[in-house]
Design a binder for this molecule. Sequence first.
Ligand code: BGC
Length: 402
Amino acid sequence: MKKILTAMIVLAVCIGTVFASGAQEGAAAPVGNAAKPVIFFNRQPSDPTTGEIMMDVMNWNDKTYYVGFDAAGGGAVQGTLVTDYLATADPATLDRNGDGVIGYVLCIGDVGHNDSKARTQGVREALGTWNGSTDPGQAQEGSANVGGTEMKVVELASMAMTGLDGSTWNANAATDAMLNWATSLGDQIDMVISNNDGMAMGCLQASNYPEGVPIFGYDANADAIEAIGAGRLTGTVSQNVDAQAAGTLQVIRNLLDGLEGDAVITAGISVPDQYGNKISADMEYVPETKALLAQNTGVTADNWTEYQAGARDTGIKKINGETKRVILTIYNSADNFLSSSYVPALQYYAPLMNIDLTIVQGDGQNEASCLDRFTNLNSFDAYAINMVKTNSGWDYLDKLQY
Ligand code: BGC
């Protein structure tokens, strides 16, 4: 009887162990494509209304990261760029109709994009026009130091800039808006602020752009830098596209080389990697959101030559690692920043890091334009994703489930 009892206890313990380990295995590490690295870049998985980061997406697997730039810090840099300019401006020249009020118009970009929200907030906070909302038309009366005199500042108009096809950050929409604003608001407009260079250059295309009115962009695209040199654009903000593109590829390389823990976001970034490479610029890692961020700097007539095209990061040299295949999506092939700045940087750094990159590009309005090209997923070692809508992360991740 004693033997039978002992046998039963042993059996029960064994069954328990089997179930317990079975349960652990059920929740265990993902396999196949679901276990591969996923890097979101430039468009951070976030709620389009609140801007809150979607951590369910970011916690997809332990090889999921975001690589971008400090969006809130960038908004503040953009705001300071504008107020620094005003501080040394001549009120008599700047205030075109002499009414004692500095009027500005604002090109917002994509109201559902947290970069866009951060820039609107940064500018409005700097000018005192922030009323707690990043929406178009939501501004209060502000004030700023203009050449030593405190003057009233008013946001005369602001618009999202959505194209006829529904695409966001649309430069043509900005040209049309500027045409209308210059007609309807006339010399009340003392300053134009745009949340990206594409839209700023779009404003300058308007045939009635009021000559000499200062205009600010964001991104430091090559054409915008040249426009600063030519005195057409007043300032822009560099979000350090080289650090971002190299950073996206470096994190992928690190994960595919089997690095774990902190090494994933430090090797080649804050310390040299096993090949001796290291991105020259400082990048900040935010563990709460698994985000590796480049820093922003203001660009004006004083320093524009340092940002001229062609200056690549010499900290990244050709490596001898095994070639890895990566598929990368771009939300809109017509986006000025991504097509003229980000993609060329990727194309420069990918071969150096022995990454064979397949780039697929969407139309900026339908997620399907990207998703339908996000295919043959088994044949890639890692995935880099720039979504059309910032809350579409799961549409891509679902395709990696099987
Ligand atoms: C850039 C914009 C661009 C957008 C696309 C932003 O970070 O500054 O120019 O249109 O990303 O997602």
